[in-house]
Design a protein around this ligand. Sequence first.
Ligand SMILES: [Zn+2]
Length: 132
Amino acid sequence: MTNPLEESPIEPIAAADPSAIEATSPETPAPPDRYECRSCGYVYEPAKGDERRQVAPNTPFESLPETWRCPVCGVKKYQFNNIGPAGKASGFDENLGYGIGVNALTPGAKNLLIFSVLGLGILLLLSFYGLS
Ligand SMILES: [Zn+2]
């Protein structure tokens, strides 16, 4: 007599835990940092890579081989300065998390917060008028 469970080695899929799904934030990964050559000003763009040295696009600077050199002037990796990801306003990271966390809100959430506070204030005023 065979155990029917032994014939189905596939484990039953555990019921999805909704809290586990919510824990994974939908944030997009931060764009890789760009690096500028201190010697000649060449900027290594991770999104472009380095065609001349067969570096594939989307290769972060940190992943470049130690033998990689500046394609313009030939200096080594340590001569490069991290100048942050492309297309990002300077100081943006520093501002996040300051205050009461309002800066970390999306503009939409911020508007919602502002309007709900305004709405509460108006309701409060109206209730005073209603009392008098
Ligand atoms: Zn250079």
